[in-house]
Design a protein around this ligand. Structure first.
Ligand code: 5RP
Length: 236
């Protein structure tokens, strides 16, 4: 399945492969979104096909749902599953406390709902995602389309009042038009450089009218499986 891979893809693949070992027969599994999570879905598909693994997968995006079905994983909704044994997903950044920035692929809302409804969340990532402090990666926040420019102004004003470094935000685009999430919303990417207090920022952002969710995952992740370009894997 993996063939000849670049070091970065190899790192993603080995992390996903190792994390697939946490999946047991009969589990209800949250399936993340992104290129690393796609490796995981392919690995699980292989286990379903070749080893008779029986799982029910709850995808975190329409993209992941399509891939999961393609590789033979039974897909159910979160409401059908009610609660999940395990979610495995990628991340854009993780720090030493296993707090995350997610949403680079625009699926943060479903990803957070699914991860929070799971007994365990495991992140799979290449070593390049590790940071000392979160924030070099732009923080995605999902906002409803109605009045999004007013919401953006409110977010920026609030960041100024909090003295957060780097206060610009940009509307995520898909070519010439605003990016639209699976939930029909837009994404604002906040260019913060460094987030001093991610817990406080996550709470403040989510209180603003028009904001649906932010990409800070605080105290949600239980372990990170880190892949290296030479094929090594480390679990934290
Ligand atoms: C999607 C996400 C992804 O998990 C994150 O962007 C990492 O993606 P990739 O594995 O492609 O680097 O949060 O919303």
């Amino acid at each position: 399945m993996a063939g000849e891979l670049s070091p970065i893809d190899k790192a993603k693949f080995v992390a996903a492969k190792r994390a697939s070992q946490y999946v047991e027969d009969g589990m209800r599994v949250g399936l993340g979104t992104g290129s690393t999570a796609a490796w995981l879905v392919r690995c699980l598909g292989e286990m379903v096909r070749d080893d008779g693994l029986r799982i029910k997968g709850v995808p975190t995006s329409s993209r992941t749902a399509m891939l999961a079905r393609d590789v033979g994983i039974e897909v159910i909704s979160l409401d059908e599953a009610k609660w999940l044994d395990l979610t495995i997903d990628g991340a854009d950044e993780f720090d030493g406390d296993l707090n995350l920035i997610k949403g680079g692929g625009g699926a943060l809302l479903q990803e957070k709902i699914v991860a929070t409804a799971s007994d365990q969340m495991i992140v799979i990532a290449d070593i390049g995602k590790e940071v000392e402090s979160l924030g070099a990666f732009p923080l995605p926040i999902e906002v409803i389309p109605f009045g999004w420019q007013t919401t953006q102004a409110l977010v920026e004003e609030t960041l100024i009042s909090m003295d957060v470094l780097g206060r610009t935000s940009t509307l995520r685009m898909n070519g010439d038009v605003p990016f639209v999430t699976d939930e029909g919303n837009h994404i604002l990417d906040l260019h913060l450089n460094r987030i001093g207090n991610p817990r406080q920022l996550a709470l403040v952002i989510n209180q603003m009218p028009g904001v649906v969710e932010n990409g800070l995952f605080i105290d949600i992740c239980d372990a990170v499986v880190i892949g290296y370009g030479d094929g090594r894997v480390e679990v934290r």
